[in-house]
Design a protein around this ligand. Structure first.
Ligand SMILES: N[C@@H](CCC(=O)N[C@@H](CS)C(=O)NCC(=O)O)C(=O)O
Length: 219
């Protein structure tokens, strides 16, 4: 298995947790430096024409891309321990919570969006940060709205076992940390993120624990 990753990638963080939970150790991890723009270089473009991380090649391929699709693939090929509940309603809820992060929130703050604001629209740092903090907060508020209200919420986002919703939730909480967004107004999200990050499979996958990461984010 060959895993294309970068310490700061929140989508790669989600997949790293899934790999750890499933006890899968990739044979090779290829570092694609998002801060240097390596995702746009021909070498990686040939792997993933979308120029996004993560990507995974299992055996002879084909290439797997999009973190949610990769997590679902890992779930189907390595069902134990599961990261989706068994019942259809539970699965739908977990996938929907995951989509708040992976489909609706995270895409608004990725490097290509931030770079477009800076290089094409010439937006200053304060305006760019206003955009980022707004959408990070919107994602946190949406998660809190569901998790704080729903009887299905337990120790984790869905009951008392880890699911894909938690993998996405912690990636969004880490993103909040990157951009110095306070998660205190979202107590259920904060509690679940802290509960997850105390688990070894989550802790080992954290962006700041990866090769090339700085010791801290320095803010
Ligand atoms: N929906 C995708 C998002 C992938 C994505 O945007 N990844 C970011 C890093 S977290 C990336 O590679 N961005 C490159 C860029 O924006 O230029 C997924 O969940 O895999």
């Amino acid at each position: 298995m060959k895993f294309y990753s970068f310490w700061r990638s929140l989508a790669a963080f989600r997949v790293r947790i899934a790999l750890n939970i499933k006890g899968i150790v990739p044979d090779e991890v290829v570092n694609v430096d998002l801060m240097k723009g390596d995702q746009c270089q021909p070498a990686y473009r040939a792997v993933n024409p979308q120029m996004r991380l993560p990507a995974l090649i299992d055996g002879d391929g084909p290439i797997l891309f999009q973190s949610v699709a990769i997590m679902e693939y890992l779930e189907e090929t390595h069902p134990n321990p599961p990261i989706l509940p068994k019942d259809p309603l539970g699965r739908a809820r977990v996938r929907a919570l995951a989509a708040i992060v992976a489909s609706d929130s995270h895409p608004l703050i990725v490097p290509s969006v931030r770079n477009f604001f800076e290089q094409e629209l010439k937006l200053d740092e304060a305006t760019r940060m206003k955009w980022i903090t707004h959408w990070v907060n919107q994602g946190l508020a949406a998660l809190e709205g569901h998790l704080g209200r729903d009887s299905e919420t337990g120790k984790f986002a869905h009951g008392d076992a880890v699911t894909m919703a938690d993998l996405c939730l912690v990636s969004h909480a880490a993103g909040a940390g990157f951009f110095n967004v306070d998660t205190t107004p979202y107590p259920t999200v904060k509690r679940i993120a802290e509960t997850c990050m105390a688990i070894d499979a989550f802790a080992r996958a954290h962006p700041l624990k990866q090769p090339g990461a700085p010791a801290s984010l320095g803010h």
